[in-house]
Design a binder for this molecule. Sequence first.
Ligand SMILES: Nc1ncnc2c1ncn2[C@@H]1O[C@H](COP(=O)(O)OP(=O)(O)OP(=O)(O)O)[C@@H](O)[C@H]1O
Length: 254
Amino acid sequence: MSGVLELSGIAVRFGGNEVLKGVDLSVGPGFTGLIGPNGAGKTTVFNVVTGYVRPTGGTVTIGGERIPAGRPAAVARKGVRRTFQTPRLVAELSVEANVLVGLDAGASTLADYLGLSRAAREARARVRELLEAFGLAERAAEPVGNLPLGSQKIVEVARALAPRPRVVLLDEPAAGLSAADVTRMVEPLSRIGEREELSILIIEHDLELVARLCPRIAALHFGRILAEGTPAEVVAHPDVVEAYLGAGVAAVDT
Ligand SMILES: Nc1ncnc2c1ncn2[C@@H]1O[C@H](COP(=O)(O)OP(=O)(O)OP(=O)(O)O)[C@@H](O)[C@H]1O
């Protein structure tokens, strides 16, 4: 095992429903895709990694260090950030403030509050850099709730990147977005991800996008990893073809 993020034997049960049945997954620098039909358990994997769901078995490590189960703040301190299927932003706050929140740069002194401390200046510079990279600088002062869904999802990605995390988990970032919005999100994300050596795990139903972005993908079905490898290998795997039968996998151009 050599990934930055490693899941080993992760099991999750909700009542009588065994949602994850011993998931092993290794996520290294760059993009890794996590695909699978609705209800396969993909978001539950994210909830385990971020500490919101306590697994009934298995371990998660980051940079070789075991993450305590069910402790979201401890996971965040290890440099893990995520986005949600439906963006969770503070609608009344500005675009800039929403990204600033990702830095957890709470003002603790008057100088911070007035934006005069070095930490406050650095935080603002980081937010500016991200807003410019994602083409959002002109809308920085607008309440984020005024922006269309595509832009809100991009703001959420910028918020996740703000603290220079090691691992970013993106839950269906392209769902509901136009092709133009996907490009506005993915190009800066790829550039920043490469520069900052991020490990990015992406849940996505758009298999063409996954195949384009991710050199490695894993397919989850009914709580088990059915196949792992290059997109071409995974979508050609007989178990994956069967799981997706009728869902158009055969049409993916890898
Ligand atoms: N907190 C919870 N309590 C009970 N059941 C849950 C909980 N979270 C998820 N589940 C169940 O676990 C299963 C897997 O859900 P999950 O959201 O992880 O799937 P998914 O692969 O992300 O699906 P989708 O692609 O539709 O988002 C589903 O049957 C779901 O109803």
